[in-house]
Design a protein around this ligand. Structure first.
Ligand code: KIV
Ligand code: ZN
Length: 525
């Protein structure tokens, strides 16, 4: 079966910075969001949903900052069906040459009765009013009937018709709670195609959540039935079990081009670097067996597979690693590798560093190569992430002494060096080395925090692999994330903790306070 529609181009609408960022543990600072937005534009997504400007002043500022950078893709912001939300989105996105206002209201019986307490007609009136208002501000308006997949089909068709009449240029059908299955979603899209007048004049879009593990399959079913925009996120991050994974949907369309007869504009060689960027920033690392970007996605262990691969790669490989941006070999560098080899490897891994960043990264590489024999791609990526997010002081970790013994508390001494070579040295005792080290850092810097989460990820292979630590801590009731890497995991944890402490001290020096509200720290850090 091949899709019968004149429009062969699928628009990729990336919502990593809105639906993805909304997920617990995935919030990003302003500078992190800018890095992701730039990477998404290099990936060549069509639309970036940059946030929900009415959610908080920090969200507004980050959507505006992304729009003002004008990276290339259409910049979109989400709004409920009310004047204040719509005006906020417009004010935030209008700096981008191409921008979009995305309005939504729930339509299912469950949401009508329990959440909105609104009748069917009221919801249609609200949607129509909001779409008309958005169209006065912007030519590009998307409408989403939230929980569409659990909405009565005939009512959904009525809502979609009214949205098109009101001027929506894209109508998105969300499976908000990840409830549908491919055959049912196929039927829903075909029903709308058949029962909604003028539906061919707009772009029909699909937005799936992954609660039953079918977000990608459901999105592809919708595409088979006429959807021409997929809403998705890098690594599938998002509320609960996540959203449709961008890399999986895109590679399915590309790898099975003869089946779908469709294409996206994505530069697939940017998939892997973009995935790594998002996982390093959020600390949410895809499982090793994750399709497309998992560490095992292209490795063949079984002897019979390896034998087949040696005869001809197509025996067991349906995609080439280089097509998703994974370089062929996990080439190893070491302490004798020069700047030239290092720079080449960095660019093969898909990173673009300026001279200053290259110098810093090379210095870090040399330090690491002194500590461990083989430096793998994962180590290099980790160095680059740290150089990219590296913050200046006031404090740098000079050295660390750790004493542990089973059945006894741990003792850690941290030696910090500050601005003007001031030194601070503190010791603390804790249940384990991390607790003791964090306590010592608190004493040395004067920043008190509560550790909420500590994630450890191995950057490469072998027992001397670098540990990448992501900590989530609470300072004055607000949540912050910090990252650090080292071959010593206590040191990696200290670096991650110190990163947050330094940001706090810099913010205090500027006289900024932490403002309440969802992600409001983003505007100030
Ligand atoms: O899942 C959902 O319904 C949404 C809408 C706001 C599009 O994210
Ligand atoms: Zn969603």
């Amino acid at each position: 079966m091949s899709v019968a529609s004149a429009d062969k181009r699928i628009r990729i609408f990336d919502t990593t910075l809105r639906d993805g960022e909304q997920a617990p543990g995935c919030s990003m600072t302003l500078s992190e969001k800018l890095r992701v937005a730039k990477a998404l534009s290099e990936l060549n997504v069509d639309i970036i949903e940059a946030g929900f400007p009415a959610a908080s002043p920090g969200d507004f500022d980050s959507v505006k900052a992304i729009a003002d950078r004008n990276y290339g893709p259409v910049i979109c912001g989400l709004a409920r069906c009310n004047t204040a939300d719509i005006e906020k989105v417009h004010a935030a996105v209008k700096g981008a040459e191409r921008h979009r206002i995305h309005v939504f209201v729930a339509t299912s019986a469950i949401h009508r009765e329990y959440k909105l307490k609104m009748a069917k007609e009221e919801i249609i009136r609200s949607a129509v009013g909001a779409i008309k208002m958005a169209r006065e501000l912007c030519d590009d308006v998307e409408f989403s009937p939230e929980d569409a997949s659990r909405t009565e089909l005939s009512y959904l068709a009525e809502v979609v018709s009214a949205a098109i009449e009101a001027g929506a240029t894209t109508v998105n059908i969300p499976d908000t709670v990840g409830y549908t299955v491919p055959a049912e979603f196929d039927h829903l899209f075909r029903y709308l195609k058949e029962h909604v007048a003028r539906i061919d004049e707009i772009i029909l879009s699909v937005h799936c959540h992954n609660d039953l593990g079918m977000a990608v399959a459901n999105s592809l079913a919708a595409v088979g039935a006429g959807a021409r925009q997929i809403e998705c996120t890098i690594n599938g991050i998002g509320e609960r079990a996540g959203n449709c994974s961008l890399e999986e949907a895109v590679m399915a369309v590309k790898t099975r081009a003869e089946f779908f007869g469709l294409e996206t504009g994505i530069d697939t060689t940017r998939l892997y670097p973009t995935s790594r960027l998002v996982s390093n920033i959020t600390g949410m690392h895809p499982p090793r067996n994750k399709a497309i970007v998992g560490e095992n996605a292209f490795s063949h262990e079984a002897g019979i597979h390896q034998h087949g691969m040696l005869q001809h790669a197509s025996t067991y490989e349906i995609m080439r690693p280089e097509d998703v941006g994974l370089t062929k070999s996990n080439l190893v560098l070491g302490k004798h590798s020069g700047r030239h080899a290092f720079r080449d490897r960095v660019s093969e891994l898909g990173f673009e560093l300026d001279d200053f960043e290259t110098n810093r990264a090379f210095q870090e590489f040399k330090k690491l190569a002194d500590k461990k024999k083989d430096v793998y791609d994962g180590d290099i990526e980790s160095i680059i992430m740290n150089v990219g997010s590296a913050t200046s002081g006031p404090w740098t970790l000079e050295s660390l002494e750790v004493q542990t013994h089973t059945d006894e508390p741990a003792t850690v001494t941290v030696n910090l060096i500050g601005e003007d070579s001031v030194k601070a040295s503190e010791s603390a005792i804790g249940d384990g080395p991390i607790a003791a080290a964090f306590l010592a850092l608190e004493k040395a810097t004067g920043v008190e925090l509560v550790l909420k989460n500590f994630e450890l990820h191995s950057a490469s292979i072998g027992e001397d692999a670098q540990g990448e630590v992501t900590v989530t801590v609470e300072i004055e009731g607000q949540s912050f994330r910090g990252r650090g890497a080292s071959v010593d995991i206590v040191e990696a944890g200290c670096r991650a903790c110190l990163e947050v402490m330094n940001r706090t001290l810099r913010r205090r020096a500027r006289g900024d306070s932490i403002v309440g509200g969802v992600h409001s720290e983003h505007a100030t850090i």
